[in-house]
Write a new protein. Structure first.
Length: 548
């Protein structure tokens, strides 16, 4: 082989490796697991558990996700039309189906029926599917103008609520109102209400229903800048009140999502722009069910970020997901996740992007589009989109285990121990303090005395000291006079409700003084030593005399 041929083969190999790097891998219709890398993570964030990517026949976006009563996950994705993908709770693929070509939001009721709402041209559309993804019925609603859907939820009776915008006419300034539609499980329309300020543009982005079935519409209006607004309707759709933001920055204060906590307080998430610059910050606002302001929190990384969706767990911890500009040379966006406590204090924050992006420069944007907390195990699931090439996207599902590890109950006896006993012994008739501490769910404890003898080389129960006392603390015990001898003893402390949880103290002695000879033993030792000294001295003296 001449040098020219070798050079050609070498160049082809290099070019082939380059193609492998830059051309996105073809992902099967059933999706696949891929790694993501956590970036700019606060110290308290523990990391995601797993990530799945799904790609349909064309560029695919992750739209929404829901969970059935068995913990199975349903991904709503767009790939020209709409695809419904089912996974088990560990993220293993079960099936996928191409469904009706519309779908923006999805919920699952207690009977595992799926409701998908979307926009059918200029009308609002609601479709019901069974657990196998088979269509049951379809309903459309038309205000006569342009309508679109933005949010969906269920009440405790399984009724479906849809919200968004109605009556929009692009040629009329100030047209467009908030709308809410209520359907029962058979598709019967129970309620339709629109609400708006005079000659102003409004849009609801989210709908929530409280424990008394009052309805809250969260969104924004324009006058002339864009401001957030929350509207409350009662069970029958009658207007109660509205709360809004007045004043502030010259640009935007927009709500994109809302959630209720266990006390029916409302949390709004979106973006705020107090500076007037072309950048936004994450905004979180708390109001009570009367519309009174509680607090607000903003998050800013110095560039631009937004909060798109919100969820709350069983402990009323708040999770916000969205997108953040990285500030990298390519100026791309990463997905964003924030966690707050119920008082608005941030617990941690994290952003991430696909590992694959690092290999090639360019605009490789990632985002979280929806978030929910599982009512089964309190874990957090996010669905989003990752850009994997020019005009090429994959849908992404991320799981964050949010279930706190169960604290195993423990008991620890801290005293008696040899370091705080005079020669490691207690004396009958004297009082001593037994100390212990515990962790986990410990009830009252029982205190016992155990011993170890030559006749019983195992530890054996001696007597009860106290059969029930507090689960963490101290107990003052007077050693009974009838306990005699040098036998090694132990204090055992036991959880009363769970006897398998216990702890022994260090080994110690209960020392009984012997009156007959205890005071004379040291004297005898001295005389014995003096006697030996005298005998040795005499022998040395005799040997010396003999030598003379």
């Amino acid at each position: 082989m001449n040098k020219l041929n070798r050079d050609i083969i070498l160049y082809l190999l290099i070019f082939g490796c380059f193609l492998i790097l830059i051309i996105p891998s073809s992902v099967e219709m059933n999706g696949s697991h891929r790694d993501v890398v956590n970036l700019r993570t606060s110290g308290d964030f523990g990391g995601f558990n797993w990530t799945i990517e799904y790609r349909g026949p064309y560029s695919t976006n992750g739209i929404d996700m829901a969970e059935d009563t068995s913990g199975n996950l349903y991904l709503l994705a767009s790939s020209l039309g709409r695809i419904l993908v089912k996974y088990n709770s560990e993220g293993s693929f079960i099936w996928n189906k191409t469904i009706f070509s519309v779908g923006e939001k999805m919920v699952i009721d207690s009977a595992d029926n799926l409701y998908i709402a979307g926009n059918n041209y200029s009308d609002i559309c609601l479709i019901k599917y069974n657990i196998n993804g088979n269509k049951q019925w379809i309903r459309t609603w038309d205000s006569g103008l342009i309508d679109n859907i933005k949010g969906i939820t269920l009440d405790s009776f399984g009724n479906v609520y849809i919200t968004g915008q109605a009556n929009y006419n692009s040629s009329v300034v100030g047209s467009g109102d908030m709308v809410v539609l209520k359907y029962n499980s058979t598709g019967h329309l129970l309620l339709n209400k629109t609400w708006g300020k005079n000659n102003l543009l409004e849009q609801a982005e989210s709908v929530v229903v409280d424990s008394n079935n009052n309805i809250y519409l969260a969104g924004w209006y324009k006058d002339p800048s864009t401001e957030w607004i929350l509207v409350k309707l009662n069970l029958t759709g009658d207007y109660q009140w509205n709360s809004t933001y007045v004043g502030g920055g010259p640009r935007a204060h927009i709500t994109f999502d809302a959630i209720l906590d266990s006390n029916d307080n409302i949390y709004l998430v979106g973006v705020t722009d107090l500076s007037g610059l072309p950048s936004t910050d994450v905004s979180l606002i708390k109001l009570n069910n009367l519309g009174y302001y509680g607090w607000n929190a903003t998050w800013d990384n110095g560039l631009s970020e937004n909060g798109r969706c919100i969820a709350i767990d069983s402990k009323d911890n708040i999770f916000i997901a969205g997108q953040i500009r990285t500030g990298d040379p390519d100026n791309d966006y990463d997905a964003l996740l924030l966690k707050y406590d119920i008082d608005g204090n941030q617990i941690w924050n994290t952003t991430w992007e696909r590992i694959y992006e690092w290999a090639i420069p360019g605009y490789w944007d990632d985002s979280f589009n929806e978030i929910f907390v599982s009512p089964i195990d309190n874990d957090v699931y996010l669905v989003g989109t990752s850009n994997v090439g020019p005009s090429e996207n994959n849908a992404t599902i991320v799981k964050l285990e949010n279930t706190p590890p169960e604290m195993i109950p423990t008991l620890t006896v801290t005293t008696p121990n040899r370091s705080n006993l005079a020669e490691g012994r207690w004396i009958p008739g004297m009082s001593y303090c037994i100390y212990w501490n515990s962790t986990g769910n410990i009830s009252n404890v029982e205190i016992e005395l155990w011993n170890e003898t030559l006749q019983t080389p195992f530890i054996a129960f001696v007597r009860d000291i106290n059969v029930s006392t507090i689960n963490d603390g101290e107990y003052n015990w007077t050693v009974p006079l009838d306990i005699k001898g040098w036998s090694p003893f132990y204090i055992k402390i036991i959880d009363v409700s769970n006897p398998t949880t216990y702890d022994f103290s260090e080994k110690f002695a209960i020392y009984t003084p012997v009156e007959s000879d205890s005071q004379n033993i040291p004297g005898y030792n001295i005389f014995f030593l003096l006697g030996i000294f005298c005998v040795v001295s005499i022998l040395l003296f005799k040997n010396r005399n003999k030598s003379i």
